[in-house]
Design a protein around this ligand. Structure first.
Ligand code: ADP
Length: 854
């Protein structure tokens, strides 16, 4: 260790207040409620119950009503078996006209080899609801099947969705040429794949007859006709391009075919978007209509129509019946209507309207919007059910519907959304299980090793309920490291474990048990089982540290809210968890914040390193302070590392002048409104969101995206902070900026890309300057403490935003030069910073303990 004074590391207490964490509703709360039907009370329309006392047991009434949405394990097994039966019947050609599923061969006979090459235009219709997408796809062949699509989305006007077929196909041809006009490509000999996601009788790779419209489309003169021919005719009428329609597929097939290789053969495609469907590779000899003995063919299950023969009867709720009656195709696509994104918002609306009319929600009042079809969209449901959304956001969404939102309504509405989503996810899983058992059976394999490609907005926007790893906010991984500090240097082995969201926000006991399980797993993998190693715990949340191995958690930040931890000694909680796990010995000797770890690890190489800085998911800093200045700790000489917890700077309003309405929106939607003000203007968890709010505002002013609000841009966290890095990268042409945004489904004009770039620059520049101002204050404080004319100091820095953003680090340095001209500051990027540093702190602690024993 270079510095003896670092041997006592007791960060100062932070000035944060203790507040209980918020606990988002979890669907499993409902498992304990007994089965009952709808609450039968006198329903009075409109607002006539206003003034009546709010029912004290409203949450019970809501849960009782939602009981209808519960599908038992036995029912799921019945669905699986019944769907499998229908699939086999349809394959064998025995299905009746009103048959449950259609099992349509798609004429796709093999999954991609990865060697395919060339440029293709793709037109997607029916995959994403009321919009149409055109893509330019370049298949790179060798080097692993990389696709770099550029795309543009066009909103289909309602009158086109319900008008004459010719108008729809003319609209498609028009969109195609508008898209192609903007590309520097020739006009001749383009090959087009038509992704048409409705039930079709395919009779060849480029011949496909529409059986019936679904998902809100109902254009006349198309059912019973070849859609490829209709598209060809329209392209010809339009006349601008010579395009050959070479293949027609549906979105499930497209999803399956587009799956990256390397995870085993991908032979199932599953889509949950506006509607839902799946496809898989079936042995051709099992498909009666094909009359083919060899090979395989991709079969589109068309499971959306499962249940049209009545097998879902007992599972259908009164709301499902109401939704079906009001739909464009009553009696059809019953399974789809319980799962597809087009219907989930509508189901939630019907339930909320019912509960309001029963006097259980919204003070017994409805609103015109709540009573209008289509006023609640999938995006709203996804957002409201998302526990990250925060009560304020849900409140705002409900108010937008003109509802009178009471204190308990927000949580109850979240229950409703969770119930509808959970049922959809469970039904979808049962159907997938049927497809997988079919595959297993037809391949005669005991164990099936196969990849399932998933696609569609319901998956993308709502991965949590679907049991899939979603993007989620950062900071939910943790690492276990084995660090060997020897004379030759520091050697590190590590493994990353994830903390699932339900654990980060569940009970404290569950969280710490999970951490210990992972440490034990790591020990076993490293062949260290049974050894009692000294453990340093890097714990990067605000703590009042009372000793090297004693730290009281003041409050959770960065998306954590595990219960019964705030106010507790974190080391005790960890030791208790170790105790619960028998036959494990771990010796927790130190608790270290990541800033401190980063400073220590850089300090191992540079003795002038007296500041630690993190700019990743969150932001924070620490520095070496004179002990005499630290009131909370006795002693007058020497130094002590102080964890500043600077993310909370400004929570007293001192940043007021700098705060914009966009900061306020991001703050309101966060799980800790009013807290971590400085952090929310600087760190990776928030910058993308600030940009998104600005883009929404500029769109509403009509300055951006032709004034068209897209659903995607209204989705939280869709604009990642890493996009700022990509967009601001100097090596990127404006054209590539457009490509990034088009990938996000944003309809761009040429000026838009420039404006988005400027927004990103403004947001990241402000973040870097604020961070620089913080650093300047710290180094000036050190200089003044020591009474120096000039201070030379090094800063250890870690965090993905600081390291990967193209300009962040240089802007921080420039700001520090400007604001603290008498300090010569060197920034050292730490490699594996905080882990190595924590090990060093631990090593020092062990040495001190040994000395005490001697
Ligand atoms: P943590 O701070 O949780 O230890 P990191 O230092 O890896 O983890 O920071 C994660 C944060 O970095 C995320 O919030 C993410 O938004 C941001 N991030 C990820 N990639 C980039 C990038 N290329 N440019 C800027 N920020 C990024």
């Amino acid at each position: 260790m270079p510095h003896t004074e670092r041997e006592e590391l007791t960060p100062k207490e932070s000035n944060q207040l203790l507040l209980p964490g918020s606990h988002p509703p979890m669907w499993n709360h409902m498992d304990s409620i007994g089965p009952t039907g709808l609450p039968h009370r006198e329903g009075v329309p409109g607002c006539s119950q206003e003034g009546l006392p709010y029912p004290s047991n409203s949450s019970e009434l809501v849960l009782e009503c939602l009981q209808q949405f519960k599908v038992t394990g036995t029912q799921l097994q019945q669905i699986q078996a019944s769907l499998l039966g229908s699939m086999e019947q349809a394959l064998g050609g025995q299905a009746s006209p009103a048959s449950a599923v259609r099992m349509l061969p798609t004429y796709v006979g093999s999954i991609p080899h990865g060697t395919e090459q060339g440029d293709f235009v793709v037109l997607e219709l029916g995959a994403t609801g009321a919009s149409l997408r055109v893509l330019w796809v370049t298949l790179m062949g060798t080097g692993g099947h990389r696709m770099e699509p550029r795309s543009q989305e066009f909103v289909i006007p309602p009158e086109v969705m319900l008008g004459p077929g010719q108008q729809l196909f003319d609209f498609a041809a028009h969109c195609l040429s508008e898209f192609l006009d903007a590309l520097p490509m020739g006009k001749q000999g383009l090959q087009l794949g038509f992704s048409f996601s409705f039930p079709c009788h395919q009779t060849g790779l480029d011949r496909s007859t529409l059986i019936s419209w679904t998902k809100g489309f109902r254009c006349s003169g198309v059912e019973g006709h070849d859609v490829v021919q209709l598209l060809r005719d329209a392209i010809k009428r339009h006349g601008a391009y010579n395009i050959d329609v070479v293949a027609v597929v549906n979105d499930t097939v497209g999803t399956m075919m587009g799956c990256e290789p390397g995870v085993g053969p991908c032979e199932v495609g599953l889509v949950v978007d506006t509607g839902t469907n799946a496809c898989y590779m079936e042995e051709a000899r099992h498909v009666a209509v094909l009359d083919e003995d060899r090979g395989r063919v991709c079969v589109s299950v068309e499971w959306g129509s499962f249940g049209d023969d009545g097998v879902l009867g007992p599972m259908l709720t009164t709301f499902d019946h109401a939704l079906d009656r009001e739909s464009l195709n009553p009696g059809a696509q019953r399974f789809e209507k319980m799962i597809g994104g087009l219907y989930l918002g509508e189901l939630v609306r019907l339930v909320l309207a019912h509960l309001a009319q029963q006097g259980v929600l919204f003070g017994g009042c409805t609103s015109p919007a709540l009573l209008s079809r289509g006023s609640i969209l999938l995006e709203h449901v996804a957002e409201m059910e998302d526990p990250w959304a925060g009560a304020a956001r849900v409140h705002a969404l409900l108010q937008d519907l003109g509802l009178n939102v009471g204190a308990s309504d927000v949580e109850l509405v979240q229950y409703v959304c969770a119930a509808v989503f959970t049922r959809a996810a469970r039904l979808c899983a049962a159907a997938l299980a049927a497809v997988l058992s079919r595959l297993q059976h037809s391949r005669e394999q005991q164990i099936l090793q196969i990849a399932v490609a998933t696609g569609g907005r319901v998956f993308e926007q709502h991965p949590r309920a679907w049991g899939l790893p979603g993007p989620g906010p950062g900071g939910t991984n943790f690492r276990v490291l084995l660090v060997r500090v020897t004379a030759e240097g520091v050697k590190i082995t590590n493994q990353i474990y994830s903390i699932p969201e339900n654990v980060a926000q569940g009970s404290g006991q569950q969280l710490f048990d999970h951490i210990v399980d992972c440490i034990v797993d790591f020990q076993q993998k490293q062949g260290l089982s049974g050894q009692s190693l000294p453990l340093g715990f890097t714990f990067s949340f605000p703590c009042r540290q009372l000793g090297l191995d004693q730290g009281i958690l003041l409050n959770w930040t960065k998306g954590f809210s595990a219960s019964d931890c705030e106010g507790q000694d974190i080391v005790c909680l960890l030791r208790e968890a170790i105790g619960r796990r028998q036959a494990v010995e771990l010796n927790v000797v130190a608790i270290v914040n990541d800033t401190v770890g980063t400073m220590m690890s850089c300090g191992y190489e540079d003795p002038r390193c007296e500041v630690g800085l993190i700019v990743g998911t969150g932001t924070n800093a620490c520095y070496m302070e004179e002990l005499r200045n630290v009131a909370a700790v006795a002693g007058d000489s020497g130094h002590m590392c102080i964890n500043m917890e600077w993310g909370a700077f400004g929570d007293d309003g001192s940043l007021g002048l700098l705060r914009t309405c966009f900061d306020a929106s991001v703050d309101q939607a966060s799980i800790n409104p009013g807290k971590q003000s400085f952090e929310k203007m600087i760190s990776g968890m928030y910058l993308g969101e600030i940009v998104r709010h600005i883009l929404l505002h500029l769109t509403s002013l009509g300055v951006l995206f032709r004034g068209q609000q897209t659903q995607r841009l209204q989705t939280r966290d869709i604009f990642k902070t890493k996009f700022l890095s990509e967009i601001e990268s100097d090596s990127l042409a404006l054209r590539q900026v457009r490509a990034i945004l088009e990938d996000l489904g944003l309809p761009l004009t040429s000026d838009d890309a420039l404006m988005v770039l400027e927004v990103c620059q403004a947001v990241s520049q402000r973040a870097a300057q604020l961070c620089g101002a913080g650093v300047a204050a710290v180094v000036e404080k050190i200089r003044e403490n020591r009474g120096l004319e000039e201070l030379t100091v090094s800063i250890g820095v870690d965090g993905t935003l600081y390291k990967l953003h193209p300009h962040f680090s240089s802007l921080v340095a420039a700001t520090v030069r400007e604001l603290a001209p008498r300090c010569v500051v060197t920034f050292l990027q730490s490699e594996d910073g905080s882990g190595k540093g924590a090990a060093l702190v631990t090593a020092v602690a062990c040495r001190l303990a040994q000395m005490a024993r001697v």
